[in-house]
Design a protein. Sequence first.
Length: 430
Amino acid sequence: MTEIQARLNDIKGQGLYRRTRLVSGPQGPNVVLDGRPVLLLCSNNYLGLADHERVQGAAAEAAMRWGVGAGSSRLVSGTMTIHSRLEQKLALFKGTESALLFGSGYLANLGVVDALARAGEVVFSDELNHASIIDGCRLSRAEVFVYAHNDMEHLAWGLAQAGPRAALIVTESVFSMDGDVAPLEEISELAQRHDARVVVDEAHATGCLGEGGRGAVAAAGLEGEIDVVVGTLGKALGSYGAFVASDAETTKLLTNTARSFIFSTAPPPPAIAGAMAALDVLLEQPRRVDRLQANAEVLRGELAREGFDVSGSSTQIVPLIVGDASTAMRVCEAALELGVFAQAIRPPTVPDGTSRLRLAVMSTHTKDELRDAARVLGRAALQAGFRPATAMPVAAAHEVSHGDAQAYALFDAEAPDTMPVTIRRASRAA
């Protein structure tokens, strides 16, 4: 047996083995998955724009007009007219002076954190932040304080301990695996008090929250007060790529220092044109956002009737916490047999002991589809030997997985994504 096969066997033994599943045809609320028609309940195509005819048409036209690829990095010859146009539209949409396109949300977060935090400074990161933020923290060489999820008392304590070294607070606005929203007003107040910058990743909020889908920052009335907003083109806007919205000075800094911007080929023109068309559709049809949230409310209500604890979610992302990784996979497969695809999410994407089905609603789902899906998930859970009413509440699951939330912690390059390595423990009252 080779070393690689041994590692694969170990992954399988832990219930963590992964494989790709083949979707035939365009993304939508109903797809053909591995040759079987299913209701899709785990796609980030929140507004159903990935296969919208205007978005498709704009991408096709852009391929004929500007070509399929940009051919170079942005700082060589890869910045094209269409990139500049979308950056202007996104800045206007987000209420900032400027915006800068990146190849993906992962690249954007890597570049932003690395550019804005330096050795000797301290970055403050929510313990449930996305892997791209975690890796950005690691690359920055700054010290990293991991504060307990959405715990503002813990964040305030950490900022006080860091003193003048406090440089950056970074958080998701809508957390991708839990569907809850960061307390952005309190984060902004703490940042101002301690003279730290704030980066908010709006990947799962852009197009989904706030008036006209402008995001959680706008919904909190904080436009112009958050230093950097990261957004994606690959979720609600139905395309691919990402952007960073900020003041012009920060954009210039990122252009000159963000390695993931400098050393990556520019996003392809068809994807940029598709995102621009999707943004236009969103601006013209803001009720898509209302339908999305109404659908999420329907699904949460029906799941609660099936006995699932959905109290932690307030957005279009609804986690069904199962706990054990193998059990989560059994529930996933049982639901798939009944015609609903809701992918199981396991460590290291989520903390140990909190494996789950991560449900994602689209505005293009019908309410009847969502009601039926909730009943299917209830049946699938029972078939898999899991009683929904016994699920561990989200908050308690985090406490069990992360232990002492009063740790002053630094990310270890070899550590799992959700588990920081403690380098010092101290009471907040110390």
